[in-house]
Write a protein that binds this ligand. Structure first.
Ligand SMILES: Nc1nc2c(c(=O)[nH]1)N[C@@H](CN(C=O)c1ccc(C(=O)N[C@@H](CCC(=O)O)C(=O)O)cc1)CN2
Length: 288
């Protein structure tokens, strides 16, 4: 392997240490930030992610509010919990773990959330604010990726970045962040329907792959020295979890994010940032 590692675990640990200090200040002022989660169904992966989020909360001093519903929950039952979390003063920010079971209208659930408590930055109003360039909680994985690149000194400004994927949590929103004046990158969005994906990838200074297609990023399609971020999660024929990036890419790239240990821990760290910032905003509003 010649590529340097974009170490998400270490970067997330540094972010969490800063947050612990900010939470202490809030608590001294009588404000305890609280993260709520709503998990619907019994998918072991989703449960693992939600448990991880609450472990992180305990580490930095954020309170946890855990709500669960069975896979058979109706739209109305899910919406009732969303209303409860909106009204719960101890819950300063929350997430609805995705994906929701088949048959549930996810967009409607997200729309019903109080945008001021949207810890994922996925509420339509907050995504709209992002488009307008107005302050809003930032989507966790996209902003986590930017923090990971910054932390390792990978130049984003002026870079040509190819994003592979168009899902709600990463692909749709990361171009919005990367093309802001503060980042000033040029972005092409590709996806599984893109003709000649390799032609786009070979020109990229930075590749962000969130397609969920095992090894869609191949060594021959990566420019030597490029930074490659692997966000994809899929399962191989034996049920083993695999990323989007072929292991051979590490011999060509200049930087690579391991998967696990790269973007995942950054997603979780950014979630905590959003919860703390929401509590800080609420404290300012209450004071003034
Ligand atoms: N409401 C949301 N739902 C989902 C999101 C999201 O951001 N908000 N993203 C994904 C899942 N996810 C967070 O919820 C998530 C995925 C992975 C990790 C992580 O830390 N992964 C580890 C490895 C885990 C393993 O070994 O299985 C890593 O990359 O090191 C954190 C969060 C879909 N749903």
């Amino acid at each position: 392997m010649t590529a340097q590692i974009l170490d998400g675990k270490a970067t997330a640990a540094a972010i969490k240490s800063d947050l612990t200090a900010r939470v202490t200040v809030l608590r001294e002022r009588g404000i305890t930030p609280g993260l709520g989660t709503l998990l619907v169904g019994d998918d072991p992966g989703s449960r693992w992610y939600v448990n991880g989020k609450h472990r992180d909360c305990a580490e930095v001093g954020i309170a946890s509010i855990q709500r669960e519903l069975p896979a058979t929950a109706t739209q109305e039952e899910i919406e009732a919990v969303v209303h409860e979390l909106n009204d719960d003063p101890e819950c300063t920010g929350y997430i609805v773990q995705l994906p929701l079971p088949k048959g549930i209208d996810t967009n409607r659930v997200l729309e019903l959330m109080d945008p001021a408590k949207d810890a994922d930055g996925l509420h339509p109003m907050n995504l709209g604010r992002l488009v307008l360039g107005v302050e809003a909680p930032l989507p966790c994985t996209p902003y986590g990726i930017i923090q990971l690149l910054r932390h390792h000194g990978v130049e984003i400004k002026g870079a040509y970045i190819v994003v592979v994927g168009r899902g709600i949590t990463v692909g749709r929103s990361i171009p919005l962040l990367l093309t802001r004046k503060s980042e000033n990158a040029t972005v092409t969005q590709c996806h599984t329907g893109t003709r000649d994906l390799g032609m786009h990838l070979r020109q990229a200074d930075i590749i962000v792959s969130a397609a969920g297609v095992r090894h869609i990023i191949k060594p021959e399609d990566v420019k030597p020295g490029a930074a490659v971020l692997d966000v994809g999660v899929s399962r191989d024929e034996n049920g083993k979890i695999a990323g989007d990036v072929h292991p051979g890419v590490a011999e060509v790239a200049g930087w690579i994010s391991p998967n696990p240990g790269g973007v995942g821990p950054m997603t979780r760290a950014q979630l905590l940032v959003n919860v703390v910032e929401a509590a800080e905003r609420a404290a300012v509003a209450a004071a003034g």
